[in-house]
Design a protein around this ligand. Structure first.
Ligand code: HEM
Length: 390
């Protein structure tokens, strides 16, 4: 196998320059760029979620609030309640068949037509897999993905400049959210009222969530699980298609090796670039009660104290030297660490393995990259691959 060179000056990041232009933490926040301090902020008991507008949203009944916005005991209880949806057994027995089936369909279509947009087909995959976990399985999955995308896009970065545009964005998002509630959430709820399943919606019905709370949780999973995974698969495909040595390494590796390489790419290209926490009154050690901490995930993930040498190069053999996991803080850490990390890595690995083995596959068009300010994240669009059509 061709070795992958790791010259110390090499910088393999694609999203870094765009992120550097747009990264913006709250003005009052202390920005954390060191890996060890960032991890300690996320792990310290008594820190409260302050990302993605959490401090404005956290009002009302915690029983009806999305897991993302909960803190302390209420958060701990919710995480234990949903843990069973993310076990290795659940991934192997319930989601793996969906990953295999959808991947096969998408690759067959690519081979039949000779062309595909990676950002579109990776979204189809991530929507169907996350839908299985949530229990959104009683409507057309492609149309549902589109409704979720429209809701999140309208509420997100595009309309955020200026008051009028923000209000317009809110109204458009509300319109699409109603469509999503009517055509996707409601049929799923009715089906589960008749017969409970082992999924998040059935759990929420047992806990007597209101329809509004149910909708918000479904959209949280939509943003947290579907959008993130699409961006990640597209970014990883871009790196692997552009660099022959990296692709050869991926295809020659076993399952664990493939996952490690994907984590290394995610370390350098985090989807969630900013994680925020407010210190409660009872935190101790190096953290200051009441202070807002903004973790710059890109900086923390390339902190040489954690990564070892050549922090900006993709190095499939870095794991030995990397403190705290190969993906750095790209899946977060501590109480809110992403419960879907293994799902995302498995579906990405399976899909990319199949994709990169398609005979004659080549990158026909690199994606356009733009910024999404609500998630402090890049978006990749219109990435085209071709192969010899059957
Ligand atoms: C490459 C794909 C993914 C990335 C990069 C990612 C990243 C993250 C990060 C950084 C957090 C922590 C946020 C914080 O601490 O403030 C998080 C939380 C979360 N993720 Fe993921 N995620 C991915 C895929 C998924 C999937 C597939 C699911 C489920 C279907 C999922 C569900 C969630 C949920 C429910 C939370 C909130 C957990 C809590 O607050 O306790 N994620 N994710």
């Amino acid at each position: 196998m061709e070795p992958v060179s790791t010259a110390s000056e090499r910088d393999d990041r694609k999203s870094a320059a765009l992120a550097a232009r747009h990264f913006e933490a709250d003005v009052e926040a202390e920005v954390v760029r060191q890996f060890a301090l960032g991890r300690s902020v996320l792990r310290t008991v008594g820190m409260r979620q302050a990302g993605i507008g959490a401090e404005q949203i956290k009002v009302g009944n915690p029983d009806q609030m999305s897991v993302f916005f909960l803190d302390g005991d209420a958060h701990k209880r919710r995480r234990s309640a949903i843990a069973r949806f993310f076990t290795p057994k659940a991934i192997a027995t319930r989601y793996r068949p969906v990953m295999d089936r959808v991947t096969q369909r998408l690759i067959d279509d690519l081979v039949a037509t000779g062309r595909a947009r990676i950002d579109e087909i990776s979204f189809e995959l991530s929507v169907e897999v996350a839908a299985q976990i949530i229990g959104l399985t009683n409507s057309n999955q492609k149309a549902m993905g589109e409704r979720i995308r429209r809701t999140l896009d309208a509420g997100g970065g595009t309309y955020r400049v200026g008051k009028l545009r923000a209000m317009l964005g809110f109204s458009v998002a509300a319109f699409h959210a109603v469509q999503f509630a009517t055509f996707d959430v409601l049929p799923a709820v009715l089906a589960r009222r008749r017969s409970r399943q082992d999924d998040v919606i059935s759990h929420m019905l047992d806990e007597r969530y209101s329809i509004k709370a149910l909708l918000i949780e479904c959209l949280t999973y939509g943003a947290a699980g579907m959008v993130t995974t699409r961006e990640f698969i597209t970014m990883a495909a871009w790196h692997l298609l552009e660099k022959d040595s990296l692709r050869a390494h991926f295809l020659a590796s076993d399952e664990a090796g493939q996952v490690t390489l994907l984590e290394e790419i995610l370390r350098l290209e985090p989807i969630a670039g900013l994680l925020q926490r407010r210190a409660g009154g009872d935190v101790d050690g190096r953290l200051c009660p009441g202070r807002l901490y903004a973790i710059d995930v890109r900086a923390a993930n390339t902190d040489p104290a954690a990564t070892g040498p050549c922090p900006h190069a993709i190095d499939p053999d870095r794991t030995e030297g990397m403190k705290g996991g190969a993906a750095g803080l790209s899946f977060g850490d501590g109480a809110h660490r992403c419960p879907g990390a293994q799902v995302a890595l498995q579906e990405s690995r399976l899909f990319l393995d199949q994709l990169l083995r398609v005979p004659g596959l080549r990158l026909a068009k690199a994606p356009e990259m733009r910024w999404r300010s609500d998630l402090m994240s890049y978006e990749l669009r219109d990435m085209v691959v071709t192969c010899a059509a059957r």
